[in-house]
Design a protein around this ligand. Sequence first.
Ligand code: 13P
Length: 251
Amino acid sequence: MSRQRIVAGNWKMNKTYEEGRALVKDIVGQLQPTETLVILCPPFLHLNSISGQIKDVRSLKLGAQNCHQEGSGAYTGEVSAAMLQSVGVEYVILGHSERREYFGETDELIAKKIDATLKEGLHPIYCCGEKLDVREAGGHLDLVAAQIKTALFHLSAADFEKVVIAYEPVWAIGTGKTATSQQAQEMHAHIRSLIASKYDQQVAGLTSILYGGSCNPSNAAELFSQADVDGGLIGGASLKAGDFVAIVNSF
Ligand code: 13P
């Protein structure tokens, strides 16, 4: 069994309801049948309606961009994993650097969110990655190792197998400055070896590790050709159907 290739689109806080539906219609129209799993992660508000739009497209899945760590209760403005599951969501992005930076999320909190999603049978897409100063000081491998240990290594092997990892160097997100394929490969191989030492080679070999950060139709093929890069988590380029589908076709 080989690991799943994945291209996920993180729309962030973009697209009104009608714009979102139009984008999905275009993606569905342009996407060829593929073995790559294509995950759309629109804002919460759009999930239910997009779930209906993509239900007959085998390679398209639905993801959310966050969820709350508690199952239910008095948490005004929040959305639970069970609510997501109830509208057809299968994946949840957790630990995105924008959640860490603007909403104060720590790996301790993200660990609880990971547990909440797994409890509902959802797959977390766990984001990790270093800021520029850390990379320049040579601390990127240790920092990402610490993030992964704190957020994920309390999981059983059976639960860990449901997790997707996205390496997103913060300095590459929305900056147009992509990591080189060598930088991505080095980090992805490092992450896979951490997983092998915590769990085993088989679990490590089956974990999909995505790259994110200014990935676009011109650099995706080079990044995805690396041995340990199993796809991408795409921000800006996921907002245009043509670019997003071109990235999917880059394998
Ligand atoms: P960009 O592709 O816009 O750099 O964003 C990457 C990202 O943050 C995906 O989660």
